[in-house]
Design a protein around this ligand. Structure first.
Ligand SMILES: [Zn+2]
Length: 492
């Protein structure tokens, strides 16, 4: 302060009496001078720049808001500085009195960066703080993480991607990525570090992929960090802590719900759900688990990864790295006296073998299989070495499903403001539901030749028994003009 006041006196801008007044006012010198009309905002910066040789931050210059946000609002207001931008390892910081920039405190926040000082009007800082922070916000990286996640939840995004190239944050909304905000290199680095700390990951490890999770705003967030040629890329999957779906709201008809309920009320048997990745298989299984009396039935799940937390279910995470595979866990939990077992996915012979044998010995086993429809799901099990006999004595329900994107009904899929030119407005589930009762099973047994089944023949039998196949369910949506016929091939 002294050196600024001396220079002002020397230049004849103020008198000793003004100095006394300034001291008495306890105001910031720059604010006092501008408010009392000694300077305009721009002429103050001109004078300071000319006198002490600092470059100026002009009022119209672009500011990196993501950079401002990572500093606590209180620190910025107390020390009257503005982080401006971060270029080539150098952080530009502006202040009405650059001699008072709190270098050490800034470096506590963002590591040992080089700092270049600029001069700016004190009101530029006030205006920016008002623009960047809402009243309740405190600033800081923690708040930036919270701001990003809460915005993603508001926008019904399923995933958050933090790209090192750019760098920027994008959300996956209704199946597609859209940019949420740009980041400076520095905010990117601090954001990634903060997320790694929150998910118990090793901050120093930047060469190997890492997985973790953290909880925020009543949601669980699954974290994946992978090294790329530009730096670390972070993907966050937002998981609802309380699984909100039920059989009634995943797109099943009342008729289908009844069939599913009858099957899950049984104490033993094998239930499988098929469909491609990302088409809601797990959601369907959870909706079924939710209807099971988990208070009185020992319910255990083996998952990779655990996508939701569900009360009353003992959930076990597969960890192939340490040899904790589906098959291995499954073998062990059979000694835990389970009633209901959810095997996240069957993709190998060993798991298929144990899962079906468990279903045979008085357990209700639910699982997902990567296959096209119920018929091909059965064939997949045969491919994995399970005998047709065992399959037919255990399977009680097969479900095939797709999540299909429904055309926007305002523009009929032409693109409009309402659908933000995505052409779509959300998703709907389509299901093929096949309950394997005695009649159906004996009919299939007749069709099995030398222990083998033919896919197309299975479909014929299903149809013969009056079940609607997935293809027909999807064609129904074409009839309802919810999807285009040209999209059907892609969906199947
Ligand atoms: Zn539209």
């Amino acid at each position: 302060m002294e050196q600024v006041l001396e220079a002002l006196l020397e230049d004849g801008i103020i008198t000793e009496r003004d100095v006394a007044k300034i001291r008495k006012s306890k105001k910031d010198v720059s604010e006092y001078l501008i408010e009392e009309g000694f300077f305009g905002e721009a002429s103050y910066c001109d004078w300071f720049s000319r006198t002490f040789g600092f470059d100026q931050l002009s009022d119209s210059e672009y500011l990196d808001f993501s950079l401002v946000k990572i500093f606590p609002k209180s620190l910025i207001l107390e020390h009257k500085f503005l982080p401006v931008r971060y270029i080539n390892g150098e952080l530009e910081v502006a202040s009405p009195n650059p001699f008072l920039i709190p270098f050490r405190k800034i470096q506590e926040f963002c590591g040992a960066v080089k700092i270049r000082s600029l001069v700016c009007s004190p009101f530029k800082i006030k205006r920016t703080v008002e623009q960047v922070f809402k009243d309740s916000q405190k600033g800081g990286v923690e708040e930036l993480v919270e701001y990003i996640v809460s915005s993603a939840i508001d926008m019904k995004a399923t995933d958050i991607h933090i790209f090192p190239q750019g760098p920027c944050v994008k959300f996956r909304v209704a199946g597609l990525l859209q940019k949420f905000m740009d980041l400076s290199d520095l905010s990117f680095q601090l954001l990634v570090n903060r997320i790694k700390v929150m998910s118990d990951l090793d901050i120093a490890e930047r060469r190997l992929p890492q997985d973790g999770r953290f909880s925020i705003l009543d949601h669980d967030v699954r974290v994946s960090v992978v090294p790329t040629s530009y730096g670390e890329k972070v993907a966050l999957r937002i998981l609802k802590r309380d699984f909100g779906f039920s059989l009634q709201n995943i797109g099943l008809t009342d008729y289908q719900i009844n069939i599913v309920r009858q099957s899950i009320s049984k104490r033993s048997g094998f239930i499988f759900v098929v469909g491609p990745t990302g088409h809601g298989k797990t959601t369907t299984v959870y909706s079924m688990l939710k209807e099971i009396d988990r208070e009185r039935l020992n319910t255990i799940s083996i998952e990779d990864p655990i996508e939701y937390t569900l009360s009353g279910v003992t959930q076990i995470q597969v960890n192939e790295d340490i040899g904790l595979s589906f098959a291995k866990i499954l073998r062990h939990i059979l000694r835990q006296d389970p009633d209901v077992i959810f095997v996240g996915e069957i993709r190998d012979s060993e798991t298929a073998d144990i899962a079906l044998k468990s279903a045979l010995t008085g357990h209700l086993v639910l699982t997902t299989i990567h296959a096209r429809d119920v018929a091909s799901g059965i064939l997949r099990l045969i491919d994995l070495g399970v005998s047709v006999d065992i399959i037919l004595s255990t399977v009680i329900l097969g479900i095939s499903q797709r999540l299909i994107r429904i055309l926007c009904d305002f523009c009929n899929g032409e693109g409009c403001d309402y659908c933000r030119y995505t052409r779509f407005r959300g998703f709907e589930g389509v299901f093929e539901i096949i309950p394997f009762d005695e009649d159906l099973v004996s009919k299939i047994k007749l069709a099995a030749r030398d222990g083998n089944l033919i896919e197309s023949e299975l479909r014929k039998i299903f149809k013969h028994f009056g079940f609607t196949l997935l293809r027909d369910e999807i064609m129904e949506k074409v009839q309802q003009k919810k999807i285009r016929e040209s999209d059907v091939f892609e969906i199947l």
